[in-house]
Design a protein. Structure first.
Length: 128
């Protein structure tokens, strides 16, 4: 089994434990999975396993993680407008993370794992 397949298998095993086992048994199952990760020498791949778990969770809940970067702090009303537009474009619920990057000069940039919107002076200048 290649590394990516093993990572997917581990993530699906964790997800299955969460879905099918009673809460009292989940801790024991999680400990068993952790022992397997260690015995298979996969500890160094934990970030990838975690990413796969997040991907499966987002897929199940029709959710996307979106990072919205702006040149300045955005007001709550503008944040809501941007989120509404991204929801329309992606047809997904959103987990949003806001960042400020003065290097954008003006405007915003929004990114999910499969979608990107660039509407900043920094991104438009090279096209002029």
């Amino acid at each position: 089994m290649n590394k990516q397949a093993l990572i997917r298998t581990i993530a699906r095993s964790v997800e299955k434990c969460e879905q099918e086992l009673p809460a009292a048994t989940q801790t024991a199952a999680a400990e068993l999975i952790a022992q397997k990760i260690i015995s298979w020498g996969m500890v160094s791949h934990w970030p990838e396993i975690k990413t796969e778990l997040k991907r499966l969770s987002n897929l199940k809940s029709n959710t996307a993680d979106v990072t919205i970067t702006s040149a300045r702090e955005l007001k709550p009303a503008l944040r809501a407008d941007i989120e509404t537009q991204i929801k329309k474009e992606t047809n997904k619920n959103l987990h949003t993370n806001y960042l400020v990057d003065p290097g954008l000069i003006s405007g915003v940039r929004a990114e999910t794992d499969t979608w990107m919107m660039r509407a900043s002076v920094h991104d438009l200048l090279p096209k002029l």
